[in-house]
Design a protein around this ligand. Structure first.
Ligand SMILES: [Fe+2]
Length: 355
């Protein structure tokens, strides 16, 4: 794999685990970012999405996200230069996890930004924390080595472009490992490395700055499912601003309307489908690769009717209805976004209370 790390140990850890931790920002820089963020919140309503986070790059306000991207790139890039070489940055924004009891970031892989057929290339996200984090305040967990275990193409639109981890979120969550991370630290993780997070239940916003990198000679790439097909993929060469105007919702619309996105060049078209593993096959793969189970699991609230309660107890619980309403709304959205398998799973849960 091409190296962008000045330190061989960082490179080796990134290649082996799919992530490495670096200490990037000092107190003054964190302070500047926090100020920028609090000015941003005056003009925005920041809310966790169905993915359990708010991502500024997904905001509808183009000027706001472009200004935010430039601010983050200009502040972070010089700091990255201390650790990285022969690389370039793309995008940049805030990844906020608001405090609540249910906003999990389900284990997933990110879109890749480098050509998949260049096997020595890769793309990665730099995930920089503004706080000392724990798993209960939304620190990021990884499945070590998963970028090699699930080495497929990850592209858009996210509800249609199926990847190997989809439908296995509950199982995979149990294999996440949560490295310690303090304010100013960054995880550099391969976009194929499976990652996820618990809800942030400690109060206050979890503020993360994210920025993408690829090797300097790698062409910025996006993979898009060919409209009208489920097994043909278009390799697109894209300018950085492609992602500012083509968010997942836009790409879903274009796919459904049979359109190829504008502002990009189609490099190739080929037949492609990611491998769909069974739960047993995933477990076997993880065992074979020496991945051990962590201590966290996805907990879902039990509906009052499913508990062995008397009428009064159910009534009291039902008064907390807003919580359940909000949660089931999220589950419905989650099912829509994810796979038919998940829809089946959620329906079964609603009928039987079991997965
Ligand atoms: Fe992600």
């Amino acid at each position: 794999m091409k190296t962008v790390f000045r330190d061989t140990n960082h490179h080796n850890s990134f290649v082996e685990n799919g992530y490495v931790k670096l200490s990037i920002l000092d107190k003054d820089e964190i302070h500047k970012i926090r100020n920028f963020y609090s000015n941003l919140t005056e003009n925005l309503s920041i809310k966790n999405s169905v993915y359990g986070i708010y991502v500024s790059l997904d905001d509808k306000n183009l000027k706001l996200k472009t200004d935010t991207m430039h601010f983050i790139q200009s502040l972070v890039k010089p700091k990255l230069d201390k650790y990285l070489k022969d690389y370039k940055v793309h995008l940049g924004g805030f990844i906020i996890k608001q405090s609540d009891d249910y906003s999990y970031t389900y284990p997933h892989q990110d879109w890749i930004f480098s050509p998949h057929n260049e096997t020595d290339s890769f793309s990665a996200t730099i995930w920089i924390s503004m706080d000392d984090l724990t798993p209960n305040s939304g620190s990021l967990g990884f499945i070590p080595g998963s970028h090699q275990i699930f080495d497929g193409i990850i592209g858009s639109p996210s509800s249609y472009f199926i990847n190997a981890t989809q439908g296995h979120e509950d199982l995979l969550f149990n294999y996440l490992t949560f490295p310690e991370i303090n304010a100013g630290d960054a995880f550099v993780f391969n976009n194929k490395c499976v990652h996820g997070a618990n809800p942030n239940i400690l109060g206050g916003d979890r503020i993360i700055v994210g920025i993408g990198i690829t090797p300097i000679d790698s062409k910025l790439t996006h993979y898009f499912l060919k409209p009208g097909t489920k097994n043909k993929v278009l390799q697109l060469e894209v300018p950085e601003n492609f992602f500012l105007t083509h968010m997942n919702d836009d790409l879903i619309e274009e796919y459904e309307q049979g359109k190829i996105p504008n502002n990009c060049q189609v490099i190739s078209e080929f037949e492609y489908e990611n491998v769909r593993f069974t739960q047993n096959e995933i477990t076997e793969l993880l065992d074979k690769n020496g991945v051990s189970k962590g201590k966290y699991q996805i907990k879902r609230p039990i509906q009052p009717e499913q508990e062995n309660l008397n009428y009064e107890e159910i009534k009291v619980k039902k008064e907390k209805k807003n919580y359940y309403k909000e949660y089931s709304k999220k589950l419905i959205q989650f099912s829509k976004i994810y796979t038919p398998y998940n829809i089946y799973k959620e329906s079964k849960y609603r009928l039987t209370g079991k997965y």
